[in-house]
Design a protein. Structure first.
Lengths: 318, 438
């Protein structure tokens, strides 16, 4: 090695009577030079090329009228002016918020399920964890196709089941209101696996002694759950809520697959990213789509910033 | 996930926020054509490697067979077939990206909605040289198809196959309901009366008389608009026809059959496509395109019948659409590519396609093998329809107003708003989109 600050001597091959030479090594280098940078270069390169550069480009294109095969024309703030007069934006923002709120309800569900799954002596805990995790690693498009059949108004199992109870189920994916609820329910179901893994890991981090002490003091299981489990889980809960909000605002594939084309309920269901997709890929209007994309980025950034502000008040880092 | 710190959460969040929604745009300047106008067939020993981009994996074996036959003539032109599925517009996303970076495949499939976009943006090589050199004779293909691929007086694509529209029917369902099979003499009224009888006969069993796939115009409302004397777009592609009286009547047709219970309602049709209902024996009559013949016959067997579209107030004209083979303007190897496209347009190539019975080849008088593949179903009507059919309606940026149709028309069909109001709204918005095209 050419690095003079690191001198590593191998153990001598000499006989057993000889003392091994001490291994000398500088643990903290004063002048590592460019080496650390070289090691993170692949990551920096990847993020710059595949994330930062496209974001900068998108920002630029949001001020242009896009030529279908390149050749964008600068038009100043026109796309943003149009954005604020576009009547589909407020409705789809509302749809996205409702979707995200419904999916967020998966977090308390995951906390309760995790607590049950981590309870000592439970058989097949690994099996349950796998079961819940499968939807998370399945392609949303595949999940969407299956649920589209499940929610089918005439032939779906849900309405068949409801009919046994004497209830006439709605056309889930094509009735305004029901459609958003249906898509969000599937979104919640898909997110459970990830939430369970994170929250389960958080649960196992909680020192057992705290529970033992609580037991000694006569705290009930319920009291232990609310006074020990939940507070000490707040870092995990905070993490999944940040991730859930971000992914909630990126709703697209599930919606696209479950709703189909020419759906009556689309205006009351479509998300911001769906609007982005429409303009970018169906209408070939990528300049305006870029402006929608920037709007989505700003909303997500703002919501995340707010969450980080508010977490100081409720998250306990041990 | 041992120790969650604010920093680790923040970095993850930042990454998440910057995902693919934003990473979708990139561009480069398009360069205009190296339009080698005149064409003479290249020497037999010309050597080249061509990429042939297609989107239907089911047709790859037929395409490969055509390539093999082509290689008998030109043994040193190697053709690699590259399949990208059209599902979720993957094919077109890829092609458009390749076009932006001047690296389009040497020969690729083109469809109606996209031809003007590519031709008018100077992405394609005019193929008039092929016609002048008699390497391709446009009179061999249905005129509507040649017109579809002629932009600004220049031919940009050699027709490959086509699809036309007809009325499918389920013989068994009709027989059980005591309704006579449709004939070529049927009018819209006959269709409505029979459809009504069938829906009433099967009431409560979830079987309906007649419907169509309303998620797009080609297999449904474009045909009724034509039948009522309306139009979708003016011949020069500059003005919407949706607000014409005939067009409104053509849209109202679907509202009426849904309203009277002849057809399932809009929500049912969204949940289960009319085509799927027909193959599941839940629909007795269906307006649809020739490309569903294969899977439909596989599902229904000899119960499937086909007859010409019923006559509307004006005619029984339907639309014709078909694919073409095109070459990029900046072709690296224009002579080899044109030799291949010329071969793809020959009778021999058409016959290979006909034998596989997947699509109707565009070359006239080679289609009999396709008709014979399902004897007794009356598939000849699709060929007859090609003679009178109207070209699939397009403009430069067809996608923009196709998207508007999908947003607005379901409300007209469902009766949320009167068809006339929706039609006028659609025409206004479509004209706005058309004015943006220039």
């Amino acid at each position: 090695m050419s690095n003079p600050t690191t001198e590593l001597r191998a153990a001598p091959e000499a006989g057993p009577e000889e003392k091994p030479a001490p291994l000398r090594r500088r643990l903290v280098a004063r002048g590592d030079g460019a080496w650390p940078w070289l090691f993170i270069l692949p990551t920096v390169f990847g993020i710059t090329v595949f994330y930062l550069w496209p974001i900068i480009q998108t920002f630029y294109y949001s001020f242009t009228k896009w030529g279908v095969f390149g050749g964008a024309k600068f038009i100043g703030l026109d796309n943003y002016v149009r954005l604020f007069s576009d009547s589909s934006i407020p409705q789809s923002l509302l749809n996205t918020i409702i979707y995200t709120l419904i999916v967020l309800m998966g977090i308390p569900i995951a906390v309760v399920l995790s607590a049950l799954m981590e309870s000592p002596g439970l058989k097949f805990a690994g099996f349950y964890r796998t079961l819940y995790f499968i939807p998370y690693i399945t392609m949303p498009a595949a999940v969407g196709i299956v649920w589209r059949l499940v929610f089918n108004g005439d032939f779906g199992p849900i309405n068949w089941f409801l009919s046994l109870l004497g209830i006439e189920g709605p056309y889930w994916t094509s009735t305004p209101g029901f459609a958003l609820a249906a898509v969000a329910t599937v979104g919640l179901w898909m997110s459970l696996g990830f939430n369970l893994i994170i929250i389960g890991a958080g649960l196992r981090e909680i020192p057992q002694e705290i529970y033992e002490a609580a037991e000694m003091d006569g705290a009930s299981r319920l009291r232990q759950f609310f006074s020990i489990t939940v507070p000490l889980l707040t870092p995990s809960i905070f993490f999944v809520s940040v991730v859930t909000v971000i992914s909630g605002f990126q709703l697209f594939d599930l919606l696209y697959v479950m709703m189909g084309k020419a759906n009556l309920a689309m205006p009351q269901t479509q998300s911001l990213v769906y609007i982005f997709y429409n303009h970018a890929f169906l209408e070939n209007d990528k300049g305006y789509a870029a402006a929608v994309g920037i709007l989505i980025l700003l909303i997500i950034a703002a919501l995340t910033a707010v969450q980080f502000r508010v977490q100081r008040k409720w998250v306990n880092y041990v | 996930m041992t120790h969650l710190t604010r920093r680790s959460i923040l970095s993850l969040a930042a990454l998440g926020a910057a995902t693919a929604t934003l990473a979708a745009c990139s561009g480069g300047a398009a360069t205009g054509g190296a339009a080698a106008a005149a064409y003479t067939a290249p020497a037999k020993d010309i050597s080249a490697t061509l990429t042939y981009a297609i989107w239907d994996a089911a047709q790859k074996p037929a395409m490969q067979k055509i390539v093999d036959l082509f290689n008998v003539q030109y043994p040193n032109i190697k053709v690699n077939i590259d399949v990208t599925p059209s599902k979720g517009s993957a094919y077109w996303t890829k092609i458009q990206t390749l076009a932006s970076s001047d690296s389009l495949p040497d020969v690729f499939w083109m469809n109606g909605p996209k031809i003007k976009l590519y031709a008018e943006n100077n992405q394609l090589l005019p193929l008039d040289g092929l016609a002048e050199a008699k390497a391709v004779d446009t009179s061999n293909y249905p005129k509507a198809l040649v017109d579809l691929y002629t932009v600004g007086g220049k031919l940009y694509g050699v027709p490959k196959d086509f699809d036309t529209i007809a009325l499918f029917y389920n013989k068994a369902l009709l027989r059980e309901a005591g309704v006579t099979e449709p004939t070529a003499a049927w009018t819209w009224d006959d269709l409505k009366t029979s459809g009504d009888k069938i829906s009433k006969f099967y009431a409560g069993k979830g079987v309906y008389g007649f419907s169509g796939d309303l998620t797009g115009g080609q297999t449904s409302y474009y045909n009724t608009i034509l039948g009522a004397g309306g139009s979708i777009i003016s011949a020069d592609g500059k003005k919407s026809g949706f607000d014409e009286a005939g067009s409104i009547a053509g849209l109202q047709f679907w509202r009426d059959i849904i309203d009277s219970g002849v057809s399932p309602n809009m929500q049912q049709l969204t949940d289960t496509l009319a085509t799927d209902m027909f193959t599941s024996r839940k629909l007795a009559l269906l307006m649809d395109a020739s490309y569903i013949v294969g899977p439909t016959h596989a599902a229904l067997g000899d119960d499937m019948g086909v007859v010409a579209l019923p006559k509307g107030p004006t005619s029984n004209q339907g639309v014709i659409h078909g694919l073409a083979n095109v070459i990029p303007a900046n072709a690296k190897n224009p002579d080899a590519a044109r030799a291949f496209v010329a071969f793809l347009g020959t009778k021999v190539a058409a016959e290979v396609q006909a034998e596989t019975a997947t699509v109707i080849p565009a070359f006239n008088d080679t289609q009999q093998a396709w008709v014979d593949a399902v004897p007794g179903a009356g598939l000849q009507v699709f060929l007859d329809a090609a003679r009178t059919a109207s070209p699939y309606p397009i403009s430069k940026n067809t996608g923009a107003w196709n998207s508007l149709e999908g947003q607005l028309l379901p409300q007209a069909f469902a009766g949320t708003k009167p068809a006339a109001d929706i039609a006028k709204d659609l025409a206004t918005k479509m004209n706005e989109a058309l004015s943006q095209e220039a």
